[in-house]
Design a protein around this ligand. Structure first.
Ligand code: MG
Length: 264
């Protein structure tokens, strides 16, 4: 089932997407998905980030080839960082690039994102997938110079709009071996499979839930494959007019353009 969040008539709703048909949902989607009689065509609504997460948790350096492009070592345990709530961004919505005097090293990261569905505390890896609501695509947009200079990554990962997610949540999906691809202006820049994750989805949920309660709606980005712009020769950073697509097998494609505010 594809779960969306959308705007229509100035209000936001959750809904189920079947083909081009949207059926509005009522109530708390994590408790019961209550179907209403209200229906729309997909073309009539504006898609929003498919969930408003209480936390956006992210795993760094989780694909070996990406670690090699950092000239770094495989971490002994998952590296956790956060993206702040202001970074959440809608599918299809243009992402503002920061003013060039702040940073010009804006990079893309195609990722599978997990949406937690039930309060998870001390769950085993064997039971971890029972706590998943579904999966979506995410672009972990990053200011590389800020990431490097801060040591802590949160600021360079949390500029406004730097966490587009969507276009929907797919609730029926096995995350074990999905193709994760990133395309810049239609050209494939990143391509791997979730079977290459150093710490796979069930392990990540179990590991994090040992110390932190994962609340319903929490979004967890699982890490990005190699092919990032900073590691290329010459480096490729996002510029005004660029379009980046994150395509995860079994979900679909999240597409966002990038623009410099004030530039025509
Ligand atoms: Mg990332």
């Amino acid at each position: 089932m594809k779960i969306i969040r959308f705007r229509h008539g100035g209000q936001s709703h959750y809904g189920v997407l079947e083909g081009e048909r949207v059926t509005a949902l009522a109530g708390d989607i994590f408790v019961e998905k209550r179907v209403t009689a209200t229906r729309y065509n997909l073309a009539e609504v504006t898609l929003l980030a498919p969930v408003q997460p209480p936390s956006i948790l992210c795993i760094g350096k989780n694909y070996k080839a990406h670690i090699e492009e950092f000239k770094s070592q495989v971490p002994p345990s998952p590296i956790l960082f956060i993206k702040a709530a202001n970074s959440l961004h809608d599918p299809g919505a243009p992402v503002p690039l920061p003013a060039p005097e702040l940073t010009t090293q804006i990079d893309y990261e195609a990722e599978l994102a997990i949406v937690i569905g039930r309060t998870a505390k001390n769950v085993s890896a064997e039971k971890a997938l029972d706590y998943v609501f579904g999966y979506t695509c995410a672009n972990d947009v990053t200011a590389r110079d800020w990431q490097a200079q801060d040591g802590q990554w949160a600021r360079g990962k949390s500029l406004d709009g730097f966490c587009p997610i969507g276009p929907w949540i797919e609730t029926e999906l096995n995350p074990a071996d999905l193709r994760v691809e990133g395309r810049l202006n239609g050209v494939v820049m990143q391509s791997s499979r979730t079977s290459m994750l150093i710490f796979p989805v069930p392990y990540l949920i179990s590991y994090l839930s040992r110390g932190m309660t994962l609340l319903p709606g929490t979004v967890l980005l699982t890490g990005t494959p190699s092919g990032c712009g900073f590691a290329r020769t010459p480096p490729v950073f996002l510029r005004h007019g660029d379009v980046y697509e994150v395509d995860v097998e079994g979900i679909g494609a999240l597409q966002n353009s990038f623009y410099l505010p004030g530039k025509a």
